[in-house]
Design a protein around this ligand. Sequence first.
Ligand SMILES: N[C@@H](CCC(=O)N[C@@H](CS)C(=O)NCC(=O)O)C(=O)O
Length: 220
Amino acid sequence: MFKLHGFPTSNFYNKVKIALLEKDLPFEEIRVAPSIQEDFLKISPMGRIPILEYNGEFIRETHVMYEFLEEVAPQTLRLLPKDPMARVRVREVSLMTDLYLDFSARPLFQHVFFGADKPSEDSIHRALKDTMFGWRAISNLIDCENYAVADQFSYADISAASTWDIVQKSILQMTGKDIWDETPKIVDYLKKIEERPHIKATNKAQKAALRMAAMAKKKI
Ligand SMILES: N[C@@H](CCC(=O)N[C@@H](CS)C(=O)NCC(=O)O)C(=O)O
């Protein structure tokens, strides 16, 4: 039995939640926020979410979780293709999404989604520049006719569905630049992939959690 610790506002949490749902693996959601309290650091040494618990053991880092789910549940929907080169592409797109899209645009997230103070013009400019550079790199690796990579649903699609949208929205809101302008087929691809029932439900839960977080912030 799996337990997923974290919070549904988090795209990292949602990646793993979608993977568990797509693989039809039973799990319990345990609501915790990131923290640097000593007790929390015992299960999450970087103080981050999500953490995946399996038979009392804790697993950190979403890419490790992706690999683990594939290893312990090979009989369920495969989220890594059989072909080794296709697997490489899936891993590249998933990892580069975190390193070069999420990481580049993340300085804007607190303001865009949680109403924190506006970042400096310098930070906004850097976020735009780095995100565009990252997106150009990723867009050279993807196909996105039906799926991000190869001809099957994979972790690359899960990473895309949980992260690309929030990056594009943040950059658009803060700079007026639509990163999809240079790759218009992404709009249709995302629309299609986000129609998958588990992705739709997870995104809906994220939106509700973000609304709650924004309301709580206003009350302070
Ligand atoms: N590399 C980590 C990133 C996880 C991550 O950054 N999670 C965010 C929530 S979306 C977090 O816990 N942030 C708290 C912090 O940065 O202190 C993974 O893939 O699991």
